[in-house]
Write a protein that binds this ligand. Sequence first.
Ligand code: FAD
Length: 509
Amino acid sequence: MQHYDIIIIGTGAGGGTLLYKLAPQGKRILVLEKGDFIPKEKENWDTEEVFVKARYKTKEEWYDVKGKAFHPGQHYCVGGNTKMYGAALFRLREWDFGQIKHHGGMSPVWPVDYLDLKDYYQEAEEMYHVHGLRNSDPTEPQESRSYRHGPLPHEPRIQKLFDDFQEYGLRPFPIPIGLRKDGNNEALLVLDRFDGFPDPSETKADAHTIAVKPALKYKNVNLWKNSEVTKLISDTSGKMIKEVEVQRKGEIFKVSADIVCLCAGAINSAALLLKSVSETHPNGLANSSDLVGRNYMSHNNTAMLALSIKPNPTKFGKTFAINDFYFRSDDFEYPLGHIQMLGKSDPIMFKEDAPSFSPGITLEYMAEHALDFWLTSEDLPDPNNRVVIKDGKLFLHYKENNLEGHKRLQRKLKYALEHAGCKKHWLPNHMYLGKKIPIAGVAHQCGTTVMGNDPSQSVLNTWCRSHDIHNLFVVDGGFFPSSAAVNPALTIMAMALRVGDFINNEIMK
Ligand SMILES: Cc1cc2nc3c(=O)[nH]c(=O)nc-3n(C[C@H](O)[C@H](O)[C@H](O)COP(=O)(O)OP(=O)(O)OC[C@H]3O[C@@H](n4cnc5c(N)ncnc54)[C@H](O)[C@@H]3O)c2cc1C
């Protein structure tokens, strides 16, 4: 059996970023990745292939609480889900780390606070080439250093909407986006196919391009792609992982390491720990708290279109966001959430939902006239929302919660659209198309291996190290005690950089 200093399982926001931090230290690192490199091919930017035929999505079936099968929006590849992400890279707000009362219950306090992550957020923003404008977001946490790169410009139709909202009294601000505009690629061309698409030009700052690719230049780093970890096996003390079981090219291999970093994403990391039952761990590995897989969160997300009479020829609409209702509104004392523009929609994306929403209006008309929004509100941790493994199958139990703020957020946006300067632009019967993202939309998965100080109330300590298994770190969206209401990837990246420093300085020194 081959032995390494460190094994990293998964190469997404958590695993890829952690690898980047650990690689230069010269330790022998084996990276185990279930997927392959996404090929650079013309289908990368083909909406039919990507959205309708789901070319890059897993074909796996997962099951809901009633046993109904669904296809999760999950991507197994080098770079993980960041290959498809929209690279909107937000810091959590300072208050998100504290206890916050919501209409639907309490959002719990984190065992780390904003200052523990502040410098790592900065490091992650620089690493992932975030383009943004400091002090423009009314809820933004304290930071005196500016972004290295200024914000992306708004295209004319989006600028008009931005101005209308501003005049109405809202405080829209540029979305911080991770994007490499240097090099010889045609950055603005790429932006037409960005959120939800892989990027063969490597302009999008994803974990493969930014983190894994440079790390692979180190001789001490070895990547096994198409290699699925199927079990973690503990030693007789039950406190160390002694073997990692991997399925590769139809064969089962066993490898070992001084340190194992599990970064398979919040759902798959929990699933792997739950599958790793043994006599010493009948309830799954690292699970003395019985919290592995529980408190699954993924946000209350809605994609909303507003159909304007004025055409919207924008190529890339994802350039501003609104946080005026993040913590409260004038008529509601609880958090509502976050609004951001989405990349421009295309008629093919509407195929599934259109008939019930668009009598007499063609898909092409809709796409040409739509303004596209993405609304995110916090869902709260509920121990019954969980990953369960039964007969080798993955079940995701999820009951929505804390919906009142989310509904109000939608109403706030519609009201703003109808009362801002753009009001004359709407189709007569206020044509909105809204779609609450269903259980298969696992993009913002988090919470399933929660961090905390008390081993009976958490799975990981504040360095993402298992309370139970000394050589196990879990570094992906699983550590989140609460989901907050901004996109999660930058917080995962920042935490991975922090954990990387801890491993380099405290364990592997
Ligand atoms: C379409 C889309 C748009 C998004 N847009 C944004 C955005 O704009 N901003 C934002 O912040 N977030 C966005 N997200 C979410 C963001 O991509 C995730 O939060 C982030 O990638 C999660 O990082 P992770 O490390 O937890 O998991 P992942 O990035 O999913 O990485 C997990 C890795 O583990 C591998 N793996 C899984 N199981 C195994 C196994 N058993 N053995 C070996 N390897 C395994 C996977 O292949 C993958 O490489 C988006 C996601 C999607 C799908």
